[in-house]
Ligand binder design. Structure first.
Ligand code: GUN
Length: 285
């Protein structure tokens, strides 16, 4: 058996076209401020892709760069400025940040209504309590991929490997909201393969090549590969290539979750602009 591939690239193109129409129909300016601190080469690539996607969708991209040795105070001052700027309807501070800067503190400084990454504790809390606002982009993109491929979640056994705030925790909550029975696994999980083999839907968000191998997958399961790992010149996911012989449906790397992450960011950026234009109510505001 060979898994059918869930093409995130084609789906992302459809979403981006949809977002472009929504931006045009909104009639008020949509502006995403991106903030890049330091010299992380991967971060530069990611931010460039996000800015290009904005431009294509008719979203103004307002970009800021700070040096690798920038102080936390300098970054907090910039975020404060962006919070107050009417042209800025969304703020994205690219992670990771240099070690002298407290990431959590910076995330907390972003106005929740402009937090297009969905990382602010207010937005994370709304997700936890079942009132989704701005969702972290990677998990939101994964849910769109599963929906587009008619993956049934109600009552399904979902196993998530990885417990980050960016992917593992929020995707677990989104799967739970769709009535999956969710198990969260991580580096301390005892006998990981025996748990992953239970999964109807398996999400690998570990950040390590070959973290999920064919023997860890139930035949016919749906497998979502969130990893982007550099091995020599090649980009590979967290799921080893032999998984395609066992899985029923599988996201490729590249061309699976990655493109949908950017598409979901654009969706969030429009949603944030709607909150600020007053056409959508931010809960509690
Ligand atoms: N670093 C890795 N993933 C992300 C993301 O989704 N948003 C931001 N801001 N930084 C990241």
């Amino acid at each position: 058996m060979t898994a059918s591939l869930m093409d995130g690239k084609a789906l992302a193109e459809r979403v981006r076209a949809e977002v472009k129409d929504e931006v045009a129909a909104l009639g008020t300016p949509v502006g995403l401020a991106t903030v890049l601190v330091g010299d992380n080469p991967a971060s530069h690539v990611y931010v460039r892709s996000k800015r290009n996607a904005c431009a294509e969708a008719g979203i103004e991209s307002l970009h800021h760069e700070l040096p690798e040795d920038a102080s936390e105070d300098a970054l907090l001052a910039l975020v404060e400025e962006l919070n107050a700027d009417q042209r800025v309807t969304g703020i994205l501070v690219q992670l990771p940040l240099p070690e002298q800067i407290d990431e959590a503190r910076v995330i907390r400084s972003i106005a929740p209504v402009k937090d297009v990454d969905g990382f602010h504790p207010v937005n994370a809390g709304f997700l936890l309590q079942g009132t989704p606002t701005l969702l972290p982009a990677t998990p939101a993109g994964i849910m769109e991929i599963l929906a587009a491929h008619d993956v049934s979640l109600k009552g399904a056994r979902a196993v998530v490997v990885g417990r980050s705030n960016i992917v593992g925790k929020p995707i677990s909550l989104l799967l739970l909201a769709e009535h999956a029975t969710v198990t969260m696994c991580h580096s301390r999980t005892v006998d990981l393969p025996s748990v992953t083999r239970q999964a109807d839907v398996l999400v690998a968000a570990v950040g390590k090549a070959d973290a999920v191998t064919a023997g860890m997958i139930r035949p016919g399961a749906t497998v979502v590969d969130v990893g982007i790992n550099r091995v020599g010149e090649k980009l590979v996911g967290d799921v080893s290539p032999d998984a395609a012989e066992v899985a029923g449906k599988l996201t490729p790397v590249p061309g699976g979750v990655g493109p949908m992450t950017i598409a979901a960011l654009l969706r969030n950026t429009v949603k944030a602009a709607r909150y600020q234009a007053g056409v959508l109510a931010f809960p509690g505001a």
